[in-house]
Design a protein around this ligand. Sequence first.
Ligand code: ACO
Length: 383
Amino acid sequence: MMRYAHVVGWGRYLPDRVVTNDELSRVVDTSDEWIYQRTGIHERHIAAAHETTATMAFEAAARALAVADLHPSAIELIIVATSTPAYMFPSTACTVQDYLGASHAGAFDLSAACSGFVYALQMAAQSIAAGSVHNALVIGAETMSRVIDWQDRSTCVLFGDGAGAVVLKGSSIPGGVMATTLRSDGSGGDLLSLPALYHNPVPIAGAEFSHNGHHKNIVDMDGKQVYRFATNVIASSIHDVLKMAELTTDDIALIIPHQANVRIIETAAKKLKLPMEKFYLNLEHTGNTSAASIPLALCDAVRDGRLKPDDNVVLVGFGGGLTWGASVVKWDVTPPDVSFPDREWKRVRYVMARGRSHVRRLQRRVEAAVVRPSRNGDGSDGD
Ligand code: ACO
């Protein structure tokens, strides 16, 4: 039986702290006029000291589950697209699994830079189509503010923090994620990069690796080349995915592109001979939130009434790797009325999930303390 992956829930989270262009002009030599003219960005949200990619991803996910009216323990797969995890492991997805109390979910992070959400959506949709899971939580979340050189005016003005999530659910009724193309070109990896940092000297002959040559893990970008790449791949991936879905641009109600820069999207719209009204934009208030940008924009588009049942929407991502991809999604839900008190009440379950998690940790410590003294140091039973 063909299983279609329908979007049944969506949620977003933006940190409270808003940083305007004017405020940035007190940090680096720039101006609201320069930033707005070149990028279309007016302001961005920046995570507070206590916030992480995982806490923001959790907030977006909890809201998406409330819209889907799904208990966290029913979720079978969690994918977090991110380039800014606090840890390589545990993955951000595992931390979100713990915060949610999603006790039946597999969880992993996916790295495809700003295309990450489209990649993750496809991986989750395919898992549902193959019948290996019935549903999935797909999250894009980033704390870009922590990987930016705040003295480099050519990059620090572009990015923001946040998270967006959708819940996918399998059904035999046609709809949901209908077609996806994913592409990459590693030869352009140097155009947009974020190095991982390895500090540990290796005291083994022939393996004396001590440093990967990078001193900081900050975003490095060739703005002009990225601009050219982005305008080309937006057009080509929309063409490719429409062909795959056997649709034309006339069948598309809305295109939600990765929110990098309004000029990139204007140039792509011209190439496609489409009016700008077909493209949803919210980057004026969010900046470029990398993998979080498409689900954040999707949530705002729903809030603004830009999506109606049976609309075809194209999501198109592009970014570091280089990576790019597009998905056609048949939107087939009317936003349910999730009342605020209901949502607040249900959040009690997350307090309980944290409590259970603490108890499990404590249990492990107690078991370790009780079991260890009765065994030899190597863990084997003594005799
Ligand atoms: N404020 C004021 N002046 C600035 C700033 C700033 N924030 N940043 C750069 N400048 C100056 C430069 O120093 C340069 O000055 P100079 O002529 O005296 O040397 C001048 O502005 C022009 O700089 P360019 O880099 O040539 O500016 P450009 O017109 O290319 O615009 C921009 C730069 C906005 C980054 C553009 O290249 C762009 O949009 N690129 C796309 C990159 C992008 O969106 N990346 C997002 C991440 S990637 C992704 O999400 C896929």
